[in-house]
Ligand binder design. Structure first.
Ligand code: AMP
Ligand code: ZN
Length: 475
């Protein structure tokens, strides 16, 4: 197949065609969540954009196999090898075991993904399910001379590589080599400043909950080895596309490349996709500072999860995105209008093949131009306005929604169906009450929201909050 799907590559700093190792097939690896807390809406931005990328590649014709890890051990409070294990921190905070915490937040993560129509990757593996393979990989790195044991830990020796800082410009390299980061305490066991831990047996934290036997003593893996190993075990020696958020570029992805290529003895993954951060007005949203927005908070305030998905799709993944309720309000209004309009299309008339092909091509051109999702949404609006049969419009929007996953065909229909059997005046009154109730929920005035529900019930109207919004019917 033609390989003209253009995508920015962090490794080459260019928008370039994605070229899989095996024609027509594409292996894609995504760094998964660290499950010590809820995912915040910043994390979810990254997963939404990776999901739309995966679906775009399938739409383009690739047979995609997507792999994701779940970080349930080894990710320390700092991305360098210092601080307490994040999982242990979560367990102490909640007076639970590490595995209970991991299960709870893994389930919560996939529940959020479900609400956002994020497809579950083909392979999902928690780090703790692959310990024997990590040990095998660390042993091989020691055998090949790329690793050393010091002070009880196994380290990767970055001094063995000609080019360790693969993502960094000359200036950045200089800063990374000499700069001392505030959050990093020097580890005297390291031969080179940027060496990183492959396996810990000695950590300052004696109460590390999960430990395994290894040739170097009882211990646990470093964070980076899990992604290299889970990717190689599932995708083989050549990975086509690796994804994550921009904070993963250094040190995590830099270290993944170092250890994977040293282990394999050849180049590993040619194309790297990174999603820029979602920020709030005060700066980057981060799980570790505890003050962050989750999807549940948005729902409690009356927002539709899919409105948040559309909010993300409206801006380009490489640009930082600032979250504000005002912007989300605008997007949600546009979303509701859009799906209601689509719901009015009948299934009549013939399919206009020429128009269908023309708009489909426009859509493909948008997604294959460095994943231009806002342009793809514009194509949806172009279809709505086009002078073509409703049947053609429905066919196109159904296809596009396979990528956008905004429930474009069903959300409005459900809202419309729920109104069967009421006259215009009653409908207008109910709509007004529902808007008031939504406003009350957004302002956390739940007493008022409940009172409105009661008022509706008294008039014989039952309401239900669904993923697509509040629907109502006559009792
Ligand atoms: P974590 O659960 O912390 O391992 O992060 C999960 C994913 O979210 C990673 O790919 C991160 O790079 C990404 N991420 C972290 N913070 C943000 C943010 N504020 N905006 C977008 N993505 C983020
Ligand atoms: Zn990773």
């Amino acid at each position: 197949m033609d390989n003209n799907f253009m995508l920015y590559n962090t490794l080459t700093r260019e928008v370039q065609p994605l070229v899989p190792h095996e024609d027509g097939k594409l292996t894609m690896y995504t760094c998964g969540p660290t499950v010590y807390h809820f995912a915040h809406i910043g994390n979810l931005r990254t997963y939404i954009m990776e999901d739309v990328l995966e679906k775009s590649l399938r739409f383009y014709g690739y047979d995609v196999r997507r792999i994701m890890n779940i970080t349930d051990v080894g990710h320390l409070s700092s991305d360098a090898d210092t601080g307490e294990d994040k999982m242990l921190k979560g367990a102490k905070r909640e007076h639970k075991t590490v595995m209970e915490v991991a299960k709870f937040y893994t389930d919560a993560f996939f529940a959020d993904c479900g609400k956002l129509n994020i497809r579950r990757p083909d392979v999902v593996e928690p780090a703790t399910s692959r310990i024997a393979d990590f040990i095998e990989m660390v042993s091989a790195l020691l055998d090949k001379g790329y690793a050393y044991v010091s002070g009880g830990n196994v380290y990767f020796d970055t001094g063995k590589l000609d080019d360790y800082f693969v993502f960094s410009s000359a200036v950045e390299r200089e800063q990374l080599m000499v700069g001392v980061r505030d959050d990093v305490q020097e580890d005297e066991n390291k031969r080179n400043k940027n060496d990183f831990v492959l396996w810990f047996t000695k950590s300052k934290f004696e109460d590390q909950a999960l430990k395994w036997e290894s040739p170097w003593g009882v211990g646990y893996p470093g964070w980076h080895i899990e992604c290299s190993c889970i990717a190689i075990k599932n995708a083989g020696e050549y990975l086509d596309l690796h994804c994550g958020g921009v904070d993963n570029i250094f040190p995590h992805h830099t270290n993944e490349i170092a250890q994977s290529e040293s282990y394999l003895g050849h180049k590993w993954c040619p194309h790297w996709f990174h999603v820029n951060h979602l920020n709030d007005q005060s700066g980057k949203m981060s799980k570790s500072n505890g003050d962050f927005l989750t999807l549940s908070v948005l729902e409690e305030r009356g927002y539709l999860p899919l409105a948040y998905r559309m909010f993300c799709l409206q801006s380009h993944y490489r640009k930082p995105l600032v979250f504000s309720y005002e912007n989300l309000d605008n997007v949600e209004g546009a979303y509701e209008k859009l799906v209601k309009k689509i719901a009015t299309f009948s299934d009549e008339g013939g399919l206009d093949r020429v128009a269908y092909d023309e708009y489909r091509k426009k859509f493909v051109d948008a997604i294959a131009s460095d994943l231009n999702t806002s342009m793809a949404l514009t194509v949806v609006y172009d279809v709505l306005k086009a002078d073509i049969s409703d049947k053609t419009k429905r066919a196109l929007i159904t296809d596009f929604d396979g990528v956008l996953s905004l429930d474009l065909m069903t959300a409005g229909e459900r809202l419309a169906e729920s109104k069967g059997g009421a006259d215009d005046e009653l409908t207008a009154w109910i709509e007004e009450k529902l808007t008031e109730r939504k406003e009350a929920k957004k302002n956390k005035d739940f007493a008022k929201a409940d009172a409105i529900r009661d008022e509706l019930t008294a008039k014989g109207i039952s309401i239900k909050d669904t993923r697509e919004g509040t629907v109502w019917e006559k009792i």
